[in-house]
Design a protein around this ligand. Structure first.
Ligand SMILES: [Ca+2]
Ligand SMILES: [Ca+2]
Length: 223
């Protein structure tokens, strides 16, 4: 598992917010993509898939605090609790076991992605049933909410450029600003210059991706 070995551990996420210094380039070029005269970038499905993969990797790495390429229960719990403050630990454990899947007591990157896809599909299914949506949303952990909270560090409504750049560079220190802009532009469907939670989730898990073939089969589970 050599996935994330190149990454450096950077501590102290909060100090970045509001300083603006490290994010000068993104702020200049992203806040007014139209004014800069550049047409929005056209992406092939292959490129889009690669960018999506990077954001998934970065998500996992933010949760994987000791950078050993796996989430232990404590790391998983921290991730969930940032989004679901005060939630019953038994619900966290239930989600953890679900996410471990065939991971033998730890959540691997593959397991993490499969868990996100699987749950997203369930959330969608529940949302399609009239009348059950709100109750189900309150009683279940929605994994994308936890992931969104990893990125949306100040807990407001939007993923700011600074938050996005900070999180991506934590995972990929050498990533080019151009690539970051490309991802931000792709996420920002309404070109408002900011990324909302639903835009983020649609980028991370496009509806077509929350598909059975991307999840681990029942046979693999031994069921
Ligand atoms: Ca870990
Ligand atoms: Ca934010």
């Amino acid at each position: 598992m050599g996935y994330f070995k190149a990454a450096k551990v950077v501590e102290g996420g909060k100090k970045l917010l509001g300083t603006g210094n490290r994010c000068s380039l993104l702020e200049k070029t992203w806040s007014s993509p139209q004014a800069s005269g550049e047409a929005p970038l056209k992406l092939t499905p292959e490129v889009l898939e690669k960018l999506r993969h990077k954001v998934l990797q970065a998500s996992f790495m933010m949760a994987d605090r000791d950078r050993d390429d796996q989430l232990l229960r404590a790391e998983f719990t921290l991730m969930i609790r940032r989004a679901y403050f005060g939630i019953d630990q038994s619900l966290v454990d239930e989600a953890y076991i679900d996410a471990c899947c065939v991971g033998y007591g730890v959540v691997t990157f593959q397991g993490f992605v499969a868990w996100l896809c699987r749950c997203q599909k369930e959330v969608k299914k529940l949302a399609d049933l009239p009348g059950t949506c709100n109750q189900a949303a309150e009683e279940n952990i929605v994994p994308t909410k936890a992931v969104w909270r990893l990125w949306n560090m100040d807990g407001d409504e939007k993923l700011s450029n600074a938050e996005f750049e900070y999180c991506m560079k934590k995972a990929f220190p050498d990533i080019k600003d151009k690539k970051l802009l490309q991802i931000l532009q792709t996420m920002d469907e309404d070109l408002s210059g900011e990324v909302a939670e639903d835009e983020f989730v649609r980028f991370l898990l496009p509806p077509a991706k929350a598909d059975p073939k991307d999840t681990i089969s029942q046979e693999a589970l031994g069921g």
